[in-house]
Ligand binder design. Structure first.
Ligand code: NAD
Length: 492
């Protein structure tokens, strides 16, 4: 079976088998065509995956594998992902609607993530802590056992890799629960992990409903850590369930990120960056720059140019080479985005462009929505406060820098921020004052697996990526080692 061939079974408990959950259908959002009918996992399947995963993680052949030997296997996964880059990218484009340019970049990033964590694994150290007596004190890191990884539908293979690679590197078994609508590339990744020589029961991929399969993963007694990426409400629910088990979680949640254009910015560069920041991935990005603050002295001209450039974006299927904005990932999500734009109108917002489905007859069967800009709304309107997760940006004028920072921070989220200016002092000042896990200055949506990623406030808890990303999948153990041969702790 080739990498991109759609399986009639799912991978859990160390083999490909039919899931016992409610079957799923996956559609191509560019055409509405059903491209896969899959069996899904049930709570019993989660139990089987957890038990066999725990056994496989505890087996000597895996547990005692030296770091450089485990690293070699992870590196091989990276090579195999790269070998099948085109097939994986096409599969993901068909399942998510993303452009091929984006899905190729996501697959390449997944390959890089496996290689990065294979290197990080080799450099993870045990520490000898300062001596406080006639005994050595050590702090060692051990695998947790079984960990849960729950991912959303917007960037499947990259977000899967960011959890699976460090968790396997640390020596764990992983139960991956992909989003209902987009499990195909996650199943394809499982095939490559097994081909690389990693014991099959160490990675189970469990498609199905979040409230059934995701919930079963979070609550399973053998699962002792969960890394979640998705919406803030889901993150809260998972956090509550985790609290009952005294289990730590990492959660990467939603955003409503400000992107700020100062009058001294290179206007062409800022224009292209703002457009990319909100409309790439059709706006289905946690870090989308969805609140566009433009200084009042350039507001009218910048907004006009932004509207003209937005109208000129090429909307079409992700497989067409010149497409910039593909369909939304599902029809239900497209309808949700449309209803949120209607709500913006009702709130008094002025739709500057878009605000509807495209009229091109070639696109009528797909989940398309035109790139949309809205102005005339205050920052405390619902439209400026709630995540839309679609191709919808709100443009807001600002004057004073203090007022700008206050409004940029006036949101429950704190994920990302973009600053466009040629004044490095101002860039530094604003970057330090904005409440966000990531700030981009004169660029946007650039990523490195070597750089930690996290959200503040309602955008998340804990940190992914970076060299230390591996540590969250380990348990710390302290070992005290007596050196005094004559020591008697108590008179006997
Ligand atoms: P979602 O929260 O609906 O679902 C995410 C995953 O959680 C899915 O696999 C889903 O099946 C599962 N799930 C749902 N309910 C669950 C439950 N009760 N228990 C366990 N698992 C459950 O999110 P979505 O609609 O798939 O994705 C969009 C959201 O993800 C947006 O809010 C976006 O901002 C966020 N996101 C955040 C980041 C980040 O790194 N901060 C990255 C991408 C997406």
């Amino acid at each position: 079976m080739t990498t991109a061939e759609i399986p009639d079974s799912i991978h859990f408990g160390g083999r490909w088998q039919r899931g016992r959950g409610t079957p799923l259908e996956c559609a191509d959002p560019a055409s509405g065509e059903v491209i896969a009918k899959l069996t899904a996992a049930s709570a019993d399947d989660v139990d089987e995956a957890a038990r066999l995963g725990a056994e496989a993680a505890a087996r000597e052949s895996w547990r005692d594998l030296l770091p450089h030997e485990r690293a070699r296997l992870l590196h091989r996964v990276g090579d195999l992902v790269e070998r099948d880059l085109e097939e994986l990218a096409l599969l993901q484009t068909r399942n998510t609607g993303k452009t091929l340019g984006e899905t190729r970049a996501l697959v390449a990033s997944a390959a890089g993530t496996f290689r990065f964590y294979s290197a990080a694994l080799e450099t993870t150290e045990t520490s000898l802590t300062p001596q406080r007596g006639d005994y050595l004190t050590m702090s060692v890191r051990e695998p947790i056992g079984v960990v849960g990884a729950i991912t959303p539908w917007n960037s499947p293979i990259a977000s899967d890799a960011q959890k699976i690679a460090p968790a396997l590197a640390a020596g764990n078994a992983v139960l991956l629960k992909p989003a209902e609508a987009t499990p195909l590339v996650s199943l394809a990744l499982a095939r490559l992990v097994v081909e690389a020589g990693i014991p099959p029961a160490l990675l189970s991929v469990l498609p199905g409903a979040g409230s059934v399969v995701g919930d079963a993963v979070v609550r399973h007694p053998l699962v002792r850590r969960v890394s979640f990426t998705g919406g803030t409400d889901t993150g809260r629910a998972i956090g509550r369930a985790a609290a009952d088990k005294i289990m730590p979680i990492t959660s990467e949640l939603g955003g409503k990120s400000p992107t700020i254009v100062f009058p001294d910015a290179d206007q062409d560069q800022a224009l292209a960056g703002v457009l990319f920041g909100i409309f790439s991935s059709s706006g289905q990005s946690c870090i989308a720059g969805s609140r566009i603050f433009v200084h009042e002295s350039i507001y009218a001209e910048f907004a006009d140019r932004l509207v003209a450039a937005t109208r000129a974006l090429r909307v079409g299927p992700g497989t067409a080479p010149d497409t910039q904005v593909g369909p939304l990932a599902t029809f239900a999500h497209r309808d949700r985005v449309a209803s949120l734009v209607d709500r913006a109108r009702a709130e008094g917002g002025r739709v500057l462009c878009g605000g509807r489905r495209p009229e091109d007859p070639g696109l009528e069967h797909g989940a398309y929505y035109l790139p949309t800009l809205i102005d005339g709304l205050p920052n405390d309107s619902t439209t400026c406060q709630e995540e839309i997760f679609g191709p919808v940006g709100v443009v807001l004028p600002f004057g004073d820098e203090d007022d700008l920072v206050a409004r940029a921070n006036d949101t429950v989220y704190g994920l990302a921020c973009g600053i466009w200016t040629s004044d490095y002092r101002r860039a530094w000042r604003v970057a330090r004052r904005v409440e966000a896990g990531t700030v981009w200055v004169n660029t946007y949506k650039r990523f490195s697996i070597a750089t930690p990623f996290s959200g503040t406030k309602d955008s998340g808890l804990g940190t992914d990526k970076g060299r230390d990303g591996i540590l969250q999948y380990t348990r710390q153990k302290s070992i005290y080692w007596g050196l005094d041969e004559n020591e008697r702790l108590w008179r006997i």
